[in-house]
Design a binder for this molecule. Structure first.
Ligand code: SF4
Length: 250
């Protein structure tokens, strides 16, 4: 079962903000799973990511709400004798100024497993430090911002620090124009035995069915205001060659 909680600053609304309860089929590890979006605050502005999902200004979720929520989940799991996994997402969860207090609090509450999805923008030492509490670290690689060589270095450093019961997984977002880098990183992960998913990206469409090509979000390197270079929806997001190369990767 998965419960999705929407971030809220309003304590009274916690119960109303459980926005989804659903079965995950098939259950693989019998865990009670909680997917918790800590809020949309993000230091990236990926062209394919909706403004509803990310921004650079929203307030961080307050600690009182977080404490109450952790307590509620922990109480539920104890009462129902479940093992629980909390998956923290955002936005970028590591941007929360109390992120380390949050993951410690979750662990101290008796919740067995923590997974975090991050955009890989933090230093390797920050991720490694968090592995004291985080069981499963998922790094999404966004090439509008991430540099291949730095990502490689960082991932290998984190991998070398993994201990028993700590896992690393990469989501490689293979955007148009960065297919070579994506494939190179995927091959390295394969060679290094790090689990990964090579993902084709679906662009973000506006109300007219138009979309942005990567590097046109307005904050990824001075390309002008957001939506300034909307492409014709009849143009292909990926070239044929890129699609073929992505499809051929084994
Ligand atoms: S890093 Fe993730 S949340 Fe942030 S803009 Fe990119 S896709 Fe959206």
């Amino acid at each position: 079962m998965k419960i999705t909680l929407e971030s809220t600053q309003n304590l009274k609304n916690i119960s109303k903000k459980i926005v989804a309860v659903e079965d995950i089929d098939p259950p693989r590890d019998h865990l009670f799973r909680v997917e918790w979006n800590l809020g949309p605050r993000c230091n990236y502005d990926c062209s394919y990511c909706s403004p509803n999902i990310h921004n650079k200004k929203s307030e961080h979720l307050n600690m009182e709400v977080i404490e109450k929520t952790v307590d509620r989940i922990a109480t539920y799991t104890k009462e129902h004798k479940k093992k629980t996994r909390i998956s923290l997402t955002g936005g970028e969860p590591y941007l929360h100024p109390r992120f380390f207090d949050i993951i410690k609090m979750i662990k101290d509450s008796g919740i067995q497993r923590i997974s975090v999805t991050s955009n890989a923008s933090m230093p390797a030492k920050t991720y490694i430090k968090s592995l004291e509490y985080v069981n499963y670290l998922i790094l999404s690689i966004h090439f509008e911002f991430a540099k291949l060589e730095k990502v490689k270095e960082k991932v290998l450093e984190i991998k070398s620090a993994l201990t028993e019961n700590r896992n690393l997984h990469l989501h490689i977002m293979a955007i148009p124009g960065k297919v070579n880098e994506s494939l190179e990183l995927a091959q390295l992960m394969k060679d290094e035995d790090v689990s990964f998913a090579l993902r084709r990206v679906r662009p973000q469409f506006d109300e007219n069915g138009l979309y942005l090509m990567p590097f046109n979000s307005g904050q990824s390197g001075g390309h002008g205001p957001k939506w300034s270079r909307i492409k014709d929806s009849n143009l292909h997001y990926y070239s044929e060659d890129e699609l073929q190369r992505l499809g051929a990767f084994k």
